[in-house]
Design a protein around this ligand. Sequence first.
Ligand code: HDL
Ligand code: ZN
Length: 459
Amino acid sequence: MLSLESKKLRRLHYRSGFDYAELEMTNTISKSRLETIEVEVRQAVATTPVCDVHTHLYDPAFGPLLLWGIDALLVYHYVVAEAFRFLPLSCERFWALSKTEQANLIWEALFIEHSPVSEACRGVLTTLNALGLDANQRDLPAIRQWFAEWKVEDYLERCLELAGVSTLCMTNSPFDDVERGIWERGFTRHPAFTAALRIDPLLLQWNEAVPRLAQWSYAVTPELSPKTVDETRRFLADWTRRIQARYLMVSLPPGFNYPAQTECAQLMEKAVLPHCRDYGLPFALMLGVKRGVNPGLRLAGDGVGPCQLESLENLCAQNPSNKFLVTVLARENQHGLCVAARKFPNLHLFGCWWFTNIPTVIDEMTRMRLELLGTSFTVQHSDARVLDQIIYKWRHSRAIIADVLVEKYLALAQTGWEPSNDEIERDVKDLFGGTFAKFCSPVSSSIDLPAKGFDGQGF
Ligand code: HDL
Ligand code: ZN
């Protein structure tokens, strides 16, 4: 458990303080108890270990695939996108530079020539500060020297401890040639790293995936014949077992339709969803990403668009024995997604994904979800690509979540309902991965849902 003295808890503040005198006038709970509730909420949020349900980090056994250190932090694609708004050079020239040269340019542009007020830049500084470095000297070579003295095994444990992350889920793709070879050779797993089977190439580039599956001895053809479906399911089963996948995952464009005659929808219906039912695994959908809006920016070049929530409703209603983990990228979809989650117990919402992972939207989404779903969702994931990022992504989010939860528990207290410390700790554990674990665990029976078009009484 993280241990933070109460005085540090105030640092978790994201919004202004609360007027207890006014609260005390309206109910039976004393002012001192109200103040204690705030401290208990901040303590619980600050010290509850999280299960980080979606990252792009790798078990240290993957060697260079696990990114860490100041240059990796500075060339993170979120930061690169912001740097290009100031850098006077072409994408081609930038990508031709070494990582160190790229990092130097980014440091100058976003930290020295302009104040690093963006979430991604502030995150770099939060991380350096938490590690005990004085970035205020603005001495990048000295910072680099500090990182050079670490061994990754030790640094990994330090980052997990500072972030308060107990376990994290990787994003694992058999279609990544480097990663596939390491899985096939086998390795001793780090206990904090769990796996998720990412299948974007299978669902979104089926015609390119077919020859690769065939090369791996799966007898598939471009036509979705029964034999091809069976062989695709064998591929999913082999990799589910090999990596001990906690769930399957795909990111989908705004135009994703279900049901549909597309290869994506047909493969979902005939292969992926039956496989998930057989193995009791959730299917995670990340909806609304527009890949390659500006291809020259590479990973930084993806955009966002509103997704069609009706397709998600159809998936949940027509596959009641499947479990769906969902996060969506467009801010304008967030309210409708919460309403959809109220209709389908087999739909579990997680995290503030990518462009929504900024204080303004985290605050709004967390309030909306608590107000519509209670604690039946997973409040955040880091999506970290660089190990050190878990420090800032979780510190920034904990501060916002703490403020929102203080407000919600004080609003409870105003009704005369006094949340106990045990109840507060239970709820925070739930929001930080507890409900996710319960949702992922094999269900004894399918969640029976009425067919589409029921009388709308909802859940
Ligand atoms: O598709 C995804 O999982 C996204 O999270 C992308 O990897 C994206 O590049 C990202 O890192 N977002 O945070
Ligand atoms: Zn991701």
